[in-house]
Structures are given as structure tokens and as C-alpha cells.
Design a protein around this ligand. Structure first.
Ligand code: BTN
Length: 259
């Protein structure tokens, strides 16, 4: 049986990072790690501070949706102060860090669905939410929120069962959240420090996308688009080719794979 308890000390002890996860604020239960991270960032928390909860009672998803994060999942937010030029890369960086950590700890193959869902065998195992505050061209803070379904029986959550999975359901055994979190923090720092070198994060993210070349529909508010997901730009936007040959650049939205 895997020990699934978490504490600030167990996460930070001998953690091989310079700053990501060197300060951990842990809660057994919390409304949302995003809220606390925002407050901490506004008070000037050190870069790399993470807020983590065993359970969130009002987890935030993209598009103002609720994110289910019961005990057994990972819910954490990382506080960053990047240059404005790197803001679009945070989503790519976070999804790659999750993919690498899942593959390293479980050997399961993970993929990315544009813009920032991590999938295993076509089902969502992780959601990522990036929130930031800017003053002109200066980033006051950016918060990367990561939710991973680790040790959950999806059969207990019929509302998401058709579209979601968990690591334990995929493997038929529990996974150490502590090992996954520590690996994730190392990966986030490695990729974050690599940002000034350019190119490679975007290229690896693009190559991990299950979306490209597929017929998709994309919903953004009341607008809906259909076409072939042709490519992604380095700012993270999706290039959608329509049947009349025209191309739309889509900055955000919810995508459904049609074939
Ligand atoms: C999505 O809609 O796919 C994004 C989900 C993001 C969930 C994470 S869990 C940790 C952090 N705290 C939150 O309230 N949301 C993010």
C-alpha cells in the first residue's frame, strides 16, 4: 500500500531544485490553491512557492468551470514571476512537465490535448490553469495551477467518467503522490530555466499534441469553429483550416476531436 500522506517537509526534503517547491504551503483542505497562491503572490511570495491541498472544495477549472479535486488527487499552484515574453509558454511548460513526470513515475504514455489537457489513452488525467496579472508589460505574477487525477476510482464520479481517467485506474494500483509531485517540481524548474534558450519547449509541446491533423470543433463562448487542426503557433494558438480553405487562428477554447 502506498503512503499517500503529504506535508510541506516531505515535499521539500532534499528536493533537487533551486527555487521551485523550496517553499511549500500545504493544506489538508482548501477552497482553491489558486486563491491562496494569488494572495501570496500579491504579498510578494518567493518565486517557486507552491500551494498544495489534499482536497479542494471549490477547485477552479478553465472557462469558469468547477474542477473536481477530491482526496487522492494532486491540486497545486506554483507562483512565478516570468518575463512577459514567456507567459504563453507556461501552459506548454506545465503540460510537458506533467507528461514527463507521469511517464517517469508510472511508465504510462501521456499526451497533450490543445491547449492544456493531459490525456492517457484519450481520457483526461490532468487539467492546467494559468492565471496572471500584468501591469502594462510587466508580469506582476503568474500562477500555474495543476490538477492530476492520481488515486481516484473514476467509477465513484459518474459525472466525469466518460471523459476522465486516473493514474490508479489506468495502472490497477495506487501511485505515490509524493514521488509524482517531487518529480513534477524538478521538471517544472528544468523547463522554466530552459525558456530563455527558446524553441525547444514549443516544439516538444507541438509534437506531443494529439490534436494536430485531426478534424475538430472548437468552442469559445458562443462561437464555434469546425475544421482540421493544422498547426499551433509558438504563442500557443491553434491554426484551424476550414473546408473552404481559409485559416482561423484560435487563442483559446474547448476542443472536441471529431475523428
Ligand atoms: C481545467 O479546466 O482543465 C483546468 C483545471 C485546473 C485545476 C487545478 S487544481 C490546482 C489548481 N487549483 C484550482 O482551483 N485549479 C487548479
Amino acid at each position: 500500500m502506498v503512503d499517500n500522506s503529504l506535508s510541506s517537509a516531505s515535499i521539500t526534503n532534499n528536493l533537487e531544485t533551486r527555487f521551485i517547491g523550496q517553499r511549500v504551503i500545504y493544506y489538508p483542505s482548501l477552497t482553491s490553491t489558486m486563491e491562496v497562491a494569488k494572495r501570496e503572490a500579491q504579498q510578494g511570495a518567493a518565486e517557486g512557492t507552491i500551494i498544495i491541498a489534499d482536497e479542494q472544495t471549490a477547485g477552479k477549472g478553465r472557462m469558469k468551470r468547477l474542477w473536481l479535486s477530491p482526496r487522492g488527487s494532486i491540486a497545486l499552484s506554483v507562483i512565478l514571476y516570468p518575463d512577459v515574453a514567456y507567459l504563453p509558454s507556461l501552459v506548454m511548460l506545465a503540460s510537458l512537465a506533467v507528461v514527463h513526470s507521469i511517464e517517469a513515475v508510472t511508465s504510462l504514455e501521456a499526451q497533450v490535448k490543445w491547449p492544456n489537457d493531459v490525456l492517457i489513452r484519450g481520457k483526461k488525467v490532468c487539467g492546467i490553469l494559468v492565471e496572471s496579472e500584468l501591469r502594462r508589460d510587466i508580469v506582476n505574477y503568474a500562477i500555474v495551477g495543476i490538477g492530476v487525477n492520481v488515486n481516484l476510482r473514476l467509477a465513484d464520479f459518474p459525472e466525469i467518467l466518460p471523459i476522465a481517467t486516473s493514474l490508479s485506474d489506468e495502472l490497477g494500483r495506487e501511485v505515490s503522490r509524493l514521488e509524482l509531485i517531487r518529480r513534477l517540481l524538478v521538471e517544472i524548474e528544468r523547463l522554466y530555466l530552459a525558456l530563455p534558450a527558446g524553441g525547444s519547449i514549443y516544439e516538444e509541446w507541438r509534437d506531443k499534441l494529439v490534436t494536430l491533423g485531426r478534424r475538430v470543433s472548437v468552442n469559445w463562448g458562443i462561437t464555434s469553429y469546425e475544421g482540421i487542426a493544422e498547426s499551433v503557433a509558438s504563442d500557443g494558438s491553434l491554426l484551424l483550416r476550414h473546408s473552404d480553405g481559409s485559416l482561423t487562428k484560435i487563442m483559446a477554447g474547448d476542443i472536441t476531436l471529431r475523428d
